[in-house]
Design a protein around this ligand. Structure first.
Ligand SMILES: Nc1ncnc2c1ncn2[C@@H]1O[C@H](COP(=O)(O)OP(=O)(O)O)[C@@H](O)[C@H]1O
Ligand SMILES: O=C(O)C1=C[C@@H](OP(=O)(O)O)[C@@H](O)[C@H](O)C1
Ligand SMILES: [Mg+2]
Length: 173
């Protein structure tokens, strides 16, 4: 199986993805980590030195390489991954995609301490600005996220909840 996690920054894609891979006993990859490894520099450095367009090209390439390489995989994507370079089509065609739906106020709580590591959020320094920024970003991305066949909403999105969603989905296809 290939299971892909999509959703906003702070939704828990990386955290839950790692736990799901352990539970399913399949390899785990985090798309951002793979880009960092290939580029030998951090995500904020890539954005600052090369710009977002370059990052999106790397993201699209690394995604396709991982899919070609790994028939079994839990992949945590970046928040913007499904929205660029037809990446969502790749996800939908090659595996099962799960959208982690987390309300903006909860994202704000989780991200406030981490904004400096997330270049698209870095300009939003206080809670109100971050909330505005996330609300706008989510509005622009919602149409992509909603194409995922599976959706799990906080606070119930545990490994067990995902397993049940996946089992139910597999029983219907
Ligand atoms: N289910 C959860 N409940 C509360 N906090 C969480 C949960 N999942 C992740 N977090 C926290 O939220 C932050 C972002 O999580 P992360 O897995 O990096 O999200 P993403 O990869 O979607 O951006 C981290 O500080 C993490 O510890
Ligand atoms: O939302 C986005 O466009 C981004 C989210 C980040 O991943 P997380 O969703 O894991 O924070 C990372 O890919 C990059 O900073 C861009
Ligand atoms: Mg992540």
């Amino acid at each position: 199986m290939r299971l892909y996690l999509i959703g906003m920054p702070g939704a828990g894609k990386t955290t839950l993805g790692r736990a799901l891979a352990t539970a399913y006993e399949v390899p785990f990859r985090d798309l951002d980590d793979e880009i960092v490894r290939r580029e030998q520099r951090s995500i904020p450095e890539i954005f600052a030195q090369e710009g977002e367009e370059y990052f999106r090209e790397q993201e699209a390439e690394v995604l396709r390489e991982l899919v070609a390489e790994l028939p079994e995989l839990v992949l945590s994507t970046g928040g913007g991954t499904p929205c660029f370079h037809h990446n969502l089509d790749v996800l939908l065609e090659t595996g099962l995609t799960l959208y982690l739906a987390v309300p903006v106020p909860e994202l704000v709580r989780r991200l406030l301490q981490q904004a400096s590591q997330r270049p698209l959020l870095a300009p939003a320094l206080d809670a109100a600005a971050l909330e505005t920024r996330l609300t706008e970003t989510l509005a622009a991305r919602q149409g992509f996220y909603d194409r995922a066949p599976l959706c799990c909403a906080a606070p119930i999105c545990s490994v067990e909840a995902v397993r049940q969603l996946v089992d139910r989905y597999n029983a219907t296809v």
